[in-house]
Design a protein around this ligand. Structure first.
Ligand code: NAD
Length: 359
C-alpha cells in the first residue's frame, strides 16, 4: 500500500469491477488492494492482476486496513453488501443503480448517516464528454434557453450478459442505461418534474424491459424524451437539443455533431418554396442563405473534480459529493414513476412531495 492512498477493495470483480481497477491505477488518492468475487475464475484474474483475493466477504469486513469497499456486483445485492460494509466502518462506492428501488436506498442512506461513513453512487456518466458538451451549452446559453431535450442510446445487440435478463437481479434497460440518462437529465435541468409518461419495450421476450421511452415535463417548461433501445439497427443521434436561439445535435460518443443558431445579423428574407414529395412548402424549406450560423460543438464543461478524487475529498472531509445521495434517490423515484406509467398507460403527475424536498 502506498503512503497516503486510501485502501479500496472491489466486491464483484466482473466487467465493471475490473474496469474500476484499471481506472484507479492512475488515481493518486485511492489504491485497489484486493477484491472479493464468488467465482473462482474472477479470483484467479484478481491474483493475476496483482491484488489480494479475499476468500469471503466477512474476511474483507474484518480487515482493518481496508478503508473503502467498491460494490460492482449485480444490483439486487448492493443494499446488503453496502449496509454490512458501512456497519463494519468502511466507506462505500456503489455501482449504479445503487439499489433495486428507492426504499432500499433509503435504508442504505440511513445506515450511512448512523455510522458516519460515506456512501456514494458511481454515476460516472456525469463525466461523459457528450453530456458535458450539452451542460456547457446550457451554462453558456449557446443555443439560448433550452426547451426540448432528446437523449438516446441505441444498440442492436439485445440485453447483454446473464443477470441483466432477470428481474430478481435488477435486470432490464431502465435500471441499466436508464439510470445514467435520467441522472444526467436531472443533473442538467434545475426544475421540478411535473409529469412523466413512458412505454417499456419487451420485443425480445425477456421478463425485463429491453428498452424504454420516457417523456418528461418539467415545471420550467422544458420537455425531455429519454430513450434506450437494444433492437435499433439504425441509431438516432445521442443528443438532439433545442433552444430558443438554435438547435444542437451530437451524433455519438465521438462527439460528431454541430450547432446551428439564428443569425441576428442577417436581413430577414422569406425562404423560397421547395418541392417536397408531391407538394410544395415554404414552412419546411431550408432557411434562406445567411439566416443561420453553423458551428462546431463547444468544448465540454469542466467538472471541478473527477469521481474518484471527489470521493477521496469527501471521505477526508474537504468537499461535498458531486453525486449526492438525494439526487440518486430522486432518480430512483423517477424510475419508479416510469415503471408505473408504463404499467398504467397513464402519465404520472404526483411528484410533488419528494421534488419539493430536494429542489
Ligand atoms: P458482471 O456480471 O460482469 O460482474 C459481476 C461480478 O459480481 C461477477 O464476477 C460475479 O461473480 C460477482 N458477484 C456476484 N455476486 C457476488 C457476491 N455476493 N459477492 C461478490 N461477488 C459477487 O456485471 P457488471 O457488468 O460488472 O455489473 C456489475 C455492476 O456494475 C452492476 O451494478 C452494473 O449496473 C454496474 N455497471 C456500471 C457501469 C457504469 O458505467 N457505471 C457499467 C457496467 C456495469
Amino acid at each position: 500500500m502506498s503512503v497516503n492512498k486510501h485502501s479500496l477493495v472491489i466486491v464483484g470483480f466482473g466487467g465493471m469491477g475490473s474496469y474500476h481497477s484499471k481506472l484507479i491505477k492512475d488515481n493518486s488518492r485511492l489504491e485497489v488492494t484486493g477484491t472479493f468475487d464468488l467465482l473462482e475464475d474472477r479470483r484467479k484474474a484478481s491474483v493475476e492482476a496483482g491484488y489480494t483475493s479475499y476468500s469471503s466477504f466477512d474476511q474483507v469486513l474484518a480487515d482493518p486496513s481496508v478503508e473503502v469497499i467498491l460494490i460492482a456486483t449485480p444490483n439486487d445485492i448492493h443494499k446488503d453488501i453496502a449496509i454490512s460494509a458501512l456497519r463494519a466502518g468502511k466507506h462505500v462506492i456503489c455501482e449504479k443503480p445503487v439499489a433495486m428501488n428507492s426504499q432500499e436506498f433509503e435504508e442504505m442512506i440511513a445506515v450511512s448517516k448512523e455510522t458516519g461513513r460515506t456512501l456514494m453512487v458511481n454515476q460516472n456518466r456525469r463525466w461523459d464528454e457528450d453530456f458535458l458538451v450539452i451542460k456547457e451549452m446550457h451554462a453558456k446559453g449557446t443555443i439560448g434557453e433550452l426547451f426540448q431535450i432528446e437523449s438516446r442510446v441505441h444498440g442492436a445487440n439485445g440485453i447483454p450478459g446473464d443477470w441483466r435478463h432477470l428481474e430478481a437481479h435488477g435486470g432490464g434497460m431502465l435500471l441499466d442505461w436508464g439510470v445514467h440518462l435520467l441522472d444526467q437529465l436531472l443533473y442538467l435541468i434545475d426544475s421540478k418534474i411535473s409529469s412523466v409518461s413512458s412505454r417499456l419495450s419487451f420485443i425480445l421476450g425477456d421478463e425485463v424491459d429491453d428498452g424504454f421511452e420516457a417523456y418528461l415535463q418539467f415545471e420550467n417548461g422544458v420537455t425531455a424524451t429519454v430513450e434506450v433501445g437494444t433492437t435499433n439497427f439504425i441509431q438516432l443521434p445521442r443528443w438532439y437539443v433545442k433552444g430558443i436561439e438554435g438547435t444542437a445535435i451530437i451524433e455519438d460518443w465521438s462527439l460528431a455533431g454541430k450547432v446551428v443558431t439564428r443569425n441576428h445579423d442577417s436581413v430577414k428574407v422569406e425562404p423560397k418554396p421547395i418541392k417536397a414529395g408531391v407538394g410544395l412548402t415554404k414552412t419546411m424549406a431550408p432557411p434562406s442563405e445567411g439566416a443561420t450560423i453553423t458551428e462546431a460543438l463547444p468544448a465540454p464543461y469542466k467538472m471541478s473534480s473527477g469521481f474518484y478524487d471527489n470521493f477521496a475529498d469527501v471521505i477526508e472531509g474537504t468537499a461535498e459529493p458531486i453525486v449526492k445521495n438525494t439526487e440518486a434517490l430522486r432518480v430512483l423515484k423517477l424510475i419508479e414513476a416510469i415503471f408505473e406509467s408504463s404499467r398504467s398507460k397513464q402519465a404520472v403527475t404526483d411528484f410533488d412531495t419528494y421534488e419539493s424536498l430536494v429542489l
